[in-house]
Design a protein around this ligand. Sequence first.
Ligand SMILES: Cc1cc2nc3c(=O)[nH]c(=O)nc-3n(C[C@H](O)[C@H](O)[C@H](O)COP(=O)(O)OP(=O)(O)OC[C@H]3O[C@@H](n4cnc5c(N)ncnc54)[C@H](O)[C@@H]3O)c2cc1C
Length: 446
Amino acid sequence: MGGSYAGLFAARVLSDHAEEVVVVEPDVIGEDGLGRRSPQRRQLHALLSMGHRQLERWFPGLTEELVRDGARLGAGDDVRFYVDGRLKAPVAETRMLGATRPFLENRVRRRVGLLPHVRFVRADVTGLLFHRDHVTGVATAAPADDPSDGRAPGGRTGGTTGEEIRADFVVDATGRSSRLDDWLLRHGWDAAPVDRMRIDLGYATASFHRGGELGTTVIAHSTPGPASDYRPEVTEPGALAAVEGDRWSVVLAGYAGYRPGPDPDEFLRRMRRCVAPIRTVAEESTMIGSVDTYRFVESRRRVHTRLRRFPGGLVVVGDALASVNPVYGQGLTLAALEADALAAYLRTGPRPHAPALPYFRRAETAVDAAWQLSTGADLAQPHVTGPYPRGYRAQKWVADRLTRASVIDSAVNAAYMRVVHMEAPPKALTDPRLLARAARVLLRDR
Ligand SMILES: Cc1cc2nc3c(=O)[nH]c(=O)nc-3n(C[C@H](O)[C@H](O)[C@H](O)COP(=O)(O)OP(=O)(O)OC[C@H]3O[C@@H](n4cnc5c(N)ncnc54)[C@H](O)[C@@H]3O)c2cc1C
């Protein structure tokens, strides 16, 4: 259910285990990679190192293809991270892809469409079918907002709508607005408990012509850190990426009363208060098209492992499972890691009709890491009021010092970036050797 990034990765994984995989997606995703739904596709999407690694694992050679067609791959100095306006020490191993989300997703969709036993059906899922304690398929209807023109989103048409589709195993990849809880409740099951953190984030993305103004820079990313205590008027948080079509994609972010709006002049004014690469693009490049805004009210995760019972033959991936503050660029990587958890689960040879609790436990490890990092950082914003995890003050004290040390010292930053890029778990930041090094670095700096 859902043929966007998470659904496509899940389809790829399932294609190794199933006789047939049916991707049910109501939206027509055009050549431009945009559809009517999931408007976040228009916002700058960074792919973390782990996300890039997963992309190559499941779609070998795709990076080369993307780069050949205009995407950029940045490593070391080409990837610039700033905290409180200060450039962090470079990390040679960091690799990040500069591409727009529609471009990346379309290429993944094309690859999935070429798999021999994957079929796309253009329809809205309207509910689940059950037999006793397990799911046996989905009920579908013609897409409500867009009368069917017979095109399937994967290129290969393969089914009519308004029918029941029988399946041994069903994946919910319908994104943040998933209606799975309602469908479960309707059949006497419990909805998964939800953790939430209200962050009241505003996002705005615009494109610019790209020439040689920033040399080999592929990514520049600037966040508030411990020194600013979030004072955007000091250094505006934002990011840019060199993307296909010789363009820069630039995003600005702001919280509560400081959300960026759609006015291009205001966007340019705010860019001029950003770190040097973003300022340079504002000064030297021309904006293409309009400014697209997006409001993200809360981070949210559903915790199925807290349920006492759950139907067999059903799993949840992507934003339907967990959707966290996009500023940290984790969503696509998380979706891929959940697909990875699904692959590991399926490799154990489970009965398809068994409750997939082992999958949810595996996926939870990745979700926990993303949740801990993003909500931990969000709690430092003055307008975010909790919930605070146990030991928060001590954690923040350590995290602030590690962040400061990571600006100055490459080794501390390398360990820090492995966690930020989801290649190491957050607990790697409590390694005593790392903490001792950070302490030495800060003492010397003083
Ligand atoms: C402003 C913003 C910026 C972001 N930036 C980044 C970033 O820099 N890096 C990053 O990694 N992540 C980023 N993310 C997160 C990323 O966009 C999401 O994690 C990602 O889209 C999740 O993919 P998904 O497939 O789970 O959901 P979606 O992409 O939302 O797709 C859900 C799909 O399900 C379909 N669907 C919905 N209902 C039904 C139904 N009833 N039946 C069948 N299909 C249905 C929809 O049509 C859609 O295609 C950002 C998010 C936002 C909001």
